[in-house]
Design a protein around this ligand. Structure first.
Ligand SMILES: *Cc1c(COP(=O)(O)O)cnc(C)c1O
Length: 218
């Protein structure tokens, strides 16, 4: 995939090791063929934001799901969706509240998780405040979950995004967490420069996203 090569060059130009920074292919809004394309280019990490879309797509590419893919859940998590997601999800990237952790620990004991950090403080954004993150991390560990690191969605403004990535990086360092899932199609350079270990790319790999489906179909 030429776009994957281009993305790897952008990672390298930003000072990242393209072998070490993991690319998660974000297929939300694209059809199952995007998953097939990603897998054919050697990507094994695939991310989705909506439970129903993840389960439908994982089923549509069932042989790949069973043998090759690692599905990542990236969206705001509703507790009643955890049970159906549990057999499919390899990394829960967006854990923001203890209740979600309790449900994940119940349905997928020992699962790998990231804590989503929201540095913006804007109402309605998913994520734990930086101040509450250390407490949430230890709560999740207490539930037997494997907390691998932190995830964040950067604000639109480039300076604010760089500051957010720096905050999350230093928080992860303080907590001894190795994974920093930071950076999307428009801000991956800044995220990589601030120490991302995992970028989540949709449009950079698959082009513009088709118009959204109605919420009921997710
Ligand atoms: C949609 C989304 C992405 C990918 O966004 P692009 O701009 O298409 O790269 C990454 N992470 C999260 C949490 C998302 O919701």
């Amino acid at each position: 995939m030429a776009r994957l090569e281009a993305a790897r060059r952008r990672i390298e130009a930003a000072g990242g090791d393209p072998e070490a920074v993991r690319v998660v292919a974000v297929t939300k809004g694209f059809g199952p063929e995007a998953v097939v394309t990603a897998a054919a280019s050697g990507l094994v990490d695939v991310g989705e934001n909506y439970a129903q879309e993840l389960t439908a797509k994982a089923a549509a590419v069932a042989p790949l799901t069973e043998t090759t893919l690692r599905w990542h859940f990236l969206g705001a998590l509703q507790r009643n969706k955890v049970r159906t997601l549990a057999p499919l999800v390899s990394l829960w990237q967006s854990v923001a509240r203890p209740e979600e952790g309790i449900e994940i620990a119940r349905r997928a004991p020992g699962a790998e998780v990231l804590v989503e950090v929201d540095t913006s403080g804007v109402a309605g954004r998913n994520g734990c405040t930086p101040g509450k993150t250390p407490g949430l991390v230890s709560e999740l560990e207490g539930l037997g979950l494997a907390v691998r690191g932190l995830m964040t969605v950067g604000p639109q403004d480039p300076d604010a995004a760089a500051a957010a990535f720096r905050t999350v990086r230093s928080l992860a360092d303080q907590l001894g967490l190795v994974e920093r899932s930071m950076g999307m199609s428009d801000d991956m350079e800044s995220a990589v420069a601030e120490g991302s270990t995992m970028v989540r790319l949709g449009r950079a790999l698959f082009g513009d996203r088709p118009p959204r489906q109605p919420a009921t179909e997710r």
